[in-house]
Design a binder for this molecule. Structure first.
Ligand code: ADP
Length: 277
């Protein structure tokens, strides 16, 4: 009989501790849910603040550059006038200085125009559904001279229909393909391949080339505005192409990066998250 009482006692205390454990789990769950809700709220507030600051910064870039255009135009016009009206009247140093001012002003105007274009990129764009094959056909037709001039062999996989910013996507593909044609050793025939993979939530595009390649240490730097790895005399350019590509990809909420073996070639990869209209 005593044994029976003992067993019942044991079972009751086990049931009690099970209940306590269950209550504890429920309590922990509630605490966890509260923490998650608070953290989500904090992140949403930080996100809104970040977007507000970004808009402010873009507005500032736009206004500053817009306002800089007028004085720059005046500077260029008047240096031109000095060059024309004082030809032969200035000594060698005078001519040299005017030439420096003129070249610097023209370079500055290019920077201003590029920054303006960059800050406006994607503004008021609307996502649409389009066939990437049509976009790539238009890109290849725009690059016809460069393709024929270099004998580039370009292969393109049958591409998907996606929802994205069409004009910006065209710009992105155009920049990557024209770089793949341009950054080649002299005499090398460019071989370029464009392919894609469909993943769960995103499209992964890849553009590979057999060009000069990029050293590991510059893999991030090349996406910064005005960063170039070469002298203008070796490869023409302004250093805006890849920064523009990064902005386009990030407008879509995607990522862009490069994998490369110097001397062998590079593969630029970017993702475009799937979205709805
Ligand atoms: P730009 O071509 O006007 O210099 P980009 O922003 O397009 O500007 O490119 C930045 C730098 O990245 C280039 O100066 C070049 O050194 C490097 N780069 C870009 N694309 C390639 C490529 N396909 N192969 C090798 N280097 C590249």
């Amino acid at each position: 009989m005593n044994k029976l009482f003992d067993s019942v006692g044991e079972m009751t205390s086990k049931a009690l501790s099970l209940k306590q454990a269950g209550d504890e789990i429920l309590r922990l769950n509630e605490t966890l849910e509260k923490h998650i809700a608070e953290r989500t709220q904090q992140l949403e507030t930080q996100n809104k603040e970040l977007i507000r600051r970004l808009c402010e910064l873009e507005q500032f870039t736009y206004t500053t550059n817009h306002d800089l255009q007028e004085p720059l135009r005046t500077l260029i016009q008047f240096t031109q006038l000095i060059k024309e009206n004082y030809a032969g009247k200035l000594d060698e140093d005078g001519n040299k200085y005017i030439e420096f001012i003129s070249k610097a002003a023209i370079r500055l105007r290019l920077v201003v125009v590029v920054l303006l274009e960059y800050s406006l990129l994607g503004k008021e764009s609307i996502k649409t559904m389009f066939d990437c094959n049509k976009v790539i056909d238009a890109v290849l037709s725009d690059l016809d001279d460069a393709i024929k001039g270099s004998n580039a062999k370009i292969t393109v996989q049958e591409l998907p229909t996606i929802i994205a910013f069409e004009t910006e996507m065209r710009l992105l593909l155009q920049n990557l393909i024209s770089n793949a044609i341009k950054y080649q050793n002299k005499g090398n025939v460019p071989e370029i391949n464009l392919s894609f993979e469909e993943n769960n939530n995103e499209w992964l595009f890849q553009i590979s080339d057999n060009g000069i390649g990029i050293d590991e240490k510059y893999k991030d730097k090349i996406f910064i505005l005005f960063e170039r790895l070469h002298k203008r005399s070796d490869f023409a350019g302004t250093g805006i192409g890849l920064a523009r590509c990064k902005k386009v990809v990030e407008l879509h909420g995607g990522r862009i990066w490069v994998e490369s073996v110097p001397g062998t070639g590079s593969t630029f990869k970017f993702t475009i998250p799937k979205s709805r209209l």
